[in-house]
Each structure stands twice: as structure tokens, then as C-alpha cells.
Design a protein around this ligand. Structure first.
Ligand SMILES: Cc1cc2nc3c(=O)[nH]c(=O)nc-3n(C[C@H](O)[C@H](O)[C@H](O)COP(=O)(O)O)c2cc1C
Length: 220
């Protein structure tokens, strides 16, 4: 796959075939992802790949915490409001979803269902957690974001689907304990990973983007 089609066609995948991905293929994906750039080549990324019973048990634990009404404790706080341009983009996502599927993402019943789907890793055979030492600077967080994108593009190039999930870090303290990750580490992102299910309705919706002239200014 050439770089342009990889960039254009990657999208968040939220419906997966149940078959696990061969370990050798997963290893190739991480072998590619490690070529991500980072501040002073510090490579501030740590990765855990969960499959099988371990992944299922974590899903069950997150759903239990959610149903108990346990307080969210992500290591990266959820945004509390957005500036106008970003809020407009979010509104457009919600509107196009409403128009395409009749589903209102602001409906509380749906939010509950969506959270549980997140905690179940959308039925993917693998869940991937990205984390790093909590004392690292904001630049390292930036680097881990670059790593996440490289990972998602590498997976796409191998015919795999991913979705990055802030929600999968909702109970960071409990998740780290469950996974044996020291409390001093920062749990940054969870991802579902597997072969996309082309029939899944959630995979049929493509998101749009701002036109280039809305975000690039040229100065001479
Ligand atoms: C940092 C980050 C956190 C995200 N968290 C979630 C999440 O918790 N659940 C989810 O279903 N999608 C999540 N997404 C996926 C975004 O909704 C998606 O990337 C965006 O709508 C653009 O769509 P695309 O990935 O299909 O191009 C997240 C994306 C990013 C980059």
C-alpha cells in the first residue's frame, strides 16, 4: 500500500472479526511503529498487548466499574469544553452521525451503550495500551501521540483496523493495577486492534475534515 492511500483510507474501526491476528503480523506492526520520531530520540513509549482471557477479564472489570458508578480517573483529564472552531467540528461529527444513522450521540442511553462498547474493545481480538513514565514532559506525550498514529497507519497497511480510545483509560488506576503497570506510569491511550468486519454498521461511516484553507495560512 502506498503512503497516500494509507493516509487517506485509515479510519477508526469499531467492528472486528473475532479471529486473532497472528503474533508475527502484530510484531511486524510494532516493528514499523518503532520508527516513529521522538524528542531527542527518547522513544518514550511502552506498550501492552492484551488478547484472549486477559483482554476479556479487563473488559469485564471496566464494565463492572462503570455499572457500579465508579468515578472516572483517567491519567489525562477529559476536556471540559472546547474553543469555537473545535466545538464546531465536534458538532458536525454529531450531526453527520445523526443524519447517516439516526443515532444521536448525545442521547444518555446511547452514551451508556457506547461506553460499554468501548470497554468491550468493540469486539476486537486484541487491545493495546500505550503508556509512559508519568514524570516525562508534555513533549513525551506528544511523541506518544506520534507513535500512536504510526502504529495505526502500520496496522492499516497490514490490513488491520484500529480505533484509538480515550474511554479505554477511564479507570486508569484500576487498569494499571490489573495489568501490573506501576502507578507512577501514565496510561495514555487504549486501542482496539483486529481485522475489520466490513459488515459492521459502525464501520460504514467516514468522518470528514476541515478544508485546508480553514487551517493553513500562507505568509511570504
Ligand atoms: C486521542 C483520541 C481519543 C479517542 N477516543 C475515542 C474513544 O474513546 N472512543 C471511540 O470510539 N473513538 C475515539 N477516538 C476516535 C475519534 O472519534 C476519531 O479518530 C475521529 O472521529 C476521526 O475519525 P477517524 O479516526 O475515522 O478518521 C479517539 C481519537 C483520538 C485521536
Amino acid at each position: 500500500m502506498d503512503a497516500e492511500s494509507c493516509l487517506r483510507n485509515r479510519m477508526s474501526i469499531r467492528g472486528f472479526k473475532p479471529e486473532p491476528v497472528d503474533r508475527a503480523v502484530l510484531e511486524e506492526v510494532f516493528e514499523l511503529a518503532r520508527w516513529s520520531p521522538s524528542y531527542k530520540n527518547s522513544q518514550p513509549w511502552e506498550v501492552l498487548v492484551l488478547s484472549g482471557e486477559k483482554k476479556q477479564a479487563l473488559s469485564r472489570e471496566m464494565i463492572r466499574l462503570f455499572e457500579e458508578g465508579a468515578p472516572n480517573s483517567p491519567d489525562l483529564a477529559a476536556p471540559q469544553g472546547w474553543p469555537p472552531t473545535e466545538q464546531d467540528n465536534i458538532n458536525q461529527l454529531y450531526q453527520s452521525r445523526r443524519e447517516a444513522t439516526g443515532v444521536d450521540l448525545l442521547d444518555p442511553k446511547l452514551i451508556k451503550k457506547a461506553k460499554k462498547a468501548n470497554f468491550s474493545f468493540y469486539g476486537a481480538p486484541h487491545a493495546v495500551y500505550l503508556f509512559q513514565e508519568g514524570s516525562l514532559s508534555q513533549w513525551s506525550l506528544f511523541d506518544l501521540g506520534l507513535f500512536a498514529q504510526t502504529l495505526m497507519l502500520a496496522a492499516h497497511a497490514k490490513g488491520l483496523g484500529t480505533v484509538p480510545q480515550a474511554f479505554a483509560t477511564d479507570y486508569a488506576g484500576e487498569i494499571k493495577k490489573f495489568l501490573g503497570i506501576p502507578a507512577t506510569k501514565r496510561l495514555v491511550l487504549g486501542l482496539s486492534l483486529g481485522y475489520p468486519d466490513p459488515e459492521a454498521s459502525l464501520n460504514k461511516l467516514r468522518t470528514d475534515r476541515m478544508a485546508v484553507e480553514k487551517f493553513v495560512r500562507w505568509l511570504e
